[in-house]
Ligand binder design. Structure first.
Ligand code: NAD
Ligand code: TYD
Length: 358
């Protein structure tokens, strides 16, 4: 692996992955970061890397659905590895407007696979990043394994499921060297504040309501983003072609408990002006349609084959995440501009303009 094409590298996990590769591993090759800069893509997430690593890091503004432009990238750079993050990633947006999800997540992946096929002679690996949501919902017990049948509930998870099937089909049919990973909910620095954890941190800091869907008893298995990046890199180096690896954080939590923990940590780390706990901002709102009850990952295949284990507990990861958001208020300010406000106002009309009392 000497020249890795990372797609979606200006998003949350992609940016963390590029930073991890350049700053924390002995990888000595080049990274070409291709990103269309949608609302979720932010070049600021990678600020300074082109100066610090001028020969090793390059950003190319392009859409993975643009076959011609992507073909040009494969011709211009000696790409031998693809790590594919680019996607529309937010379930709520997929419920409101699924088109972009079908386009990017399915057609974009298909385009990249076709280019991988064209350049198969120099392709060492195509790694596809996917989600536990392809498996649908669990009851109170059990875990998803790599053998759990796919049963997606949202347009987002259905589009990711389709992309996973395409990647496996290209391995079986054309012998493209692929690995896949399906991971649980990530959190950490640079996450766009429409997802649960950063949204709650920022709303709580501003004294705004904390919208918990339904009764808050839905369970997610939280994975600190750097643990995820390390797992992907281990799979890329040690994973077997054609195989899928589940990645979970061993941190199952009910949403309401996540939100309460955020409130309590914030009260400790950034005490509110008055005496009121930020828990008072919690506000139960209408449930998400098709809301999966519980996700839980069995990562034993990954742990046995590579020795990977998550380094962060949920509390240690959450503390680091809150510290990061507290220290990056100007990043937050720039991210929460026009499009963001419009989306939030549409998403939570009952909360428009409402101020909390913390
Ligand atoms: P994100 O929304 O933060 O970032 C997605 C990035 O892809 C953005 O930079 C965006 O500009 C780019 N992008 C979107 N459409 C594109 C296109 N057509 N061409 C090129 N670039 C495009 O997403 P994320 O949270 O970083 O997720 C990355 C990957 O990980 C996705 O494939 C997602 O399905 C998967 N995943 C995420 C989570 C999670 O908790 N965030 C969990 C499991 C799996
Ligand atoms: P989210 O971060 O959107 O990730 P995903 O839907 O991919 O799991 O949501 C995580 C959980 O939090 C999910 O059960 C929905 C819930 N949730 C809320 O209760 N309120 C919110 O404002 C958001 C964004 C999510």
């Amino acid at each position: 692996m000497q020249c890795i094409l990372v797609t979606g590298g200006c998003g949350f996990i992609g940016a963390n992955f590029i930073r991890f590769l350049l700053e924390d591993t002995d990888f000595s090759g080049r990274i070409i970061n291709v990103d269309a800069l949608t609302y979720a893509g932010n070049p600021e997430n990678l600020e300074g890397l082109d100066r610090r690593f001028p020969d090793r890091y390059r950003f190319v503004h392009a859409d993975v659905c643009d076959r011609e432009k992507m073909a040009e990238i494969f011709t211009t750079y000696p790409v031998d590895t693809v790590c594919h993050f680019a996607a529309e990633s937010h379930v709520d947006r997929s419920i409101v407007a699924p088109d972009a999800f079908i386009r990017t997540n399915i057609m974009g992946t298909f385009n990249l696979l076709e280019l991988a096929r064209t350049h198969q002679d120099r392709l060492a690996l195509f790694h596809h990043v996917s989600t536990d949501e392809v498996f649908g919902s669990l009851d109170e017990t059990g875990h998803f394994t790599e053998k759990t049948p796919y049963d997606p509930s949202s347009p987002y998870s259905a589009s990711k499921a389709a992309s996973d099937h395409l990647v496996r089909a290209y391995h079986r049919t054309y012998k493209i060297p692929v690995t896949l990973s399906n991971c649980s909910n990530n959190y950490g620095p640079y996450q766009f504040p429409e997802k649960l954890i950063p949204l709650m941190i920022l709303n709580a800091l501003e004294g705004r309501p904390l919208p918990v869907y339904g009764d808050g008893r839905n369970v997610r298995d939280w994975l600190y983003v750097k643990d995820h990046c390390r797992a992907i890199w281990m799979i890329m180096q040690q994973g077997r072609w054609g195989e899928t690896y589940n990645i979970g954080g061993r941190s199952e939590m009910k949403n309401i408990d996540v939100v309460r923990m955020i409130c309590d940590l914030l009260d400790e780390m950034a005490p509110p002006d008055g005496k009121m706990s930020r828990r008072n901002l919690i506000s139960f709102v209408k449930d998400r349609p098709g809301h999966d009850l519980r996700y839980a990952m069995d990562s034993s295949k990954l742990e046995t084959e590579t020795g990977w284990k998550p380094a962060e507990s949920f509390e240690s990861g959450l503390r680091k995440t809150i510290e990061w958001y507290l220290a990056h208020s100007s990043w937050v300010g720039r991210v929460r501009d026009g499009e963001y406000q419009t989306w939030m106002d549409r998403q939570y009309p009952e909360m428009r303009g409402r101020k909390g009392s913390a």
